[in-house]
Design a protein around this ligand. Structure first.
Ligand SMILES: *Cc1c(COP(=O)(O)O)cnc(C)c1O
Length: 336
């Protein structure tokens, strides 16, 4: 696969490390656990959206855009990474935040990712839950066009075929790393939301005949809807790359048992995962995505879902900046 055929800007810190998690492997009683550190992509503290934005911003620059519009939840990591790259590229950035949780906490509404969005000088606006955010972005784009601007809309999570190329690239990168150290990967597990990460990974891993199964652990939608979203985007990504039909429905698997009460609402198993990763591997997860992904990863290991001698890679998709918006999810004692 030759991704240089597509417009791309290079600003991510790549390749991200692929590291063993020896302490967690021991504590959880095997299999061999590894972590792919896409929390270290560099931009604005890192995260999976940076890989997608390399291709999306390549496209935006090619189209002559001077203004970037995107949307996400209040504590969106995607919004933070988009605001950051817009600042570096000297483009105006408008972020439409959907209030999916209804939280009135000051930390949730102003700290964490929101603080960084504002630091990067993005203009923020708030919309109630279940607003048609795509329509809201189109309306803003139309208004900006009448003001003489050239807006470029980045879909929520950067999840379209252009953005998903970032994860086709990640699949190639992971295979190269695994092959270089003689690591046979038996499973790849990660948190899945707007579908671009899993769609890109599956497309790249299937097209290169890696035989590595991918499991997306859902953070919002029900299993059937999530798998359908990922499959549809993988199909479109393959089509965009000229390899239509390579991805089959059976290549797309999601487990949505770890969502809890809903998107952006912390779960007990997610908080346990955050503490386990922090206290044994010094790795920071976030309560919205990576902790729910890790909760599924941990629970499936405990249930014996994987073989004891399997090599399992957890893709860390980032998000620890959101921790500061979720201080109240932790039960740490007062001190004096
Ligand atoms: C966006 C995000 C995800 C989900 O990735 P999608 O491509 O939207 O499915 C996972 N983890 C973190 C930290 C994210 O910000």
């Amino acid at each position: 696969m030759h991704l240089s055929r597509y417009p791309r800007l290079h600003f991510a810190h790549l390749p991200t490390p692929l590291e063993p998690m020896k302490n967690l492997s021991k504590i959880l009683g095997g299999p061999n656990l590894w972590i792919k550190r896409d929390d270290c992509t560099g931009l604005a503290g890192g995260g999976n959206k940076t890989r997608k934005l390399e291709f999306l911003m390549g496209d935006a620059v090619e189209q002559g855009a001077d203004t970037i519009i995107t949307q996400g939840a209040t504590q969106s990591n995607h919004a933070r990474q988009t605001a950051a790259i817009a600042a570096k590229l000297g483009k105006e950035c408008h972020i439409l935040l959907e209030d999916r949780t209804g939280s009135t906490e000051v930390d949730y509404n102003y700290n964490g990712n929101v603080l960084l969005d504002q630091l990067y000088n993005a203009s923020l606006s708030k919309f109630p839950a279940n607003t048609d955010m795509n329509q809201a972005m189109e309306e803003l784009a139309a208004q900006l066009r009448t003001d003489g601007k050239k807006p470029y809309i980045v879909p929520g999570g950067g999840s379209n075929p252009v953005g998903a190329l970032g994860y086709v690239n990640a699949a190639i990168e992971l295979l190269y790393q695994a092959n270089s150290i003689g690591l046979k990967i038996d499973h790849l597990v990660h948190a899945t939301g707007s579908a671009g990460t899993q769609a890109g990974l599956v497309t790249g891993l299937v097209a290169s005949n890696s035989q590595i199964p991918v499991l997306g652990v859902g953070v919002r939608a029900a299993k059937e809807a999530q798998e359908a979203n990922v499959f549809r985007l993988a199909e479109h990504t393959a089509e965009y790359m000229g390899i239509s039909g390579v991805v089959k429905p059976e290549h797309v698997v999601a487990n949505t048992d770890y969502v809890g009460e809903g998107y952006g609402i912390p779960t007990e198993s997610g908080i346990e995962a955050i503490k386990l990763f922090a206290q044994h591997e010094s790795i920071l997860l976030d309560p919205v995505y990576s902790a729910k992904g890790a909760a599924g990863f941990i629970d499936l290991i405990r249930k014996g879902h994987f073989n004891k001698d399997d090599n399992i890679v957890f893709l860390h998709t980032g998000g620890s900046q959101a921790l500061f918006g979720y201080r109240s999810a932790f039960d740490f004692p007062a001190y004096d």
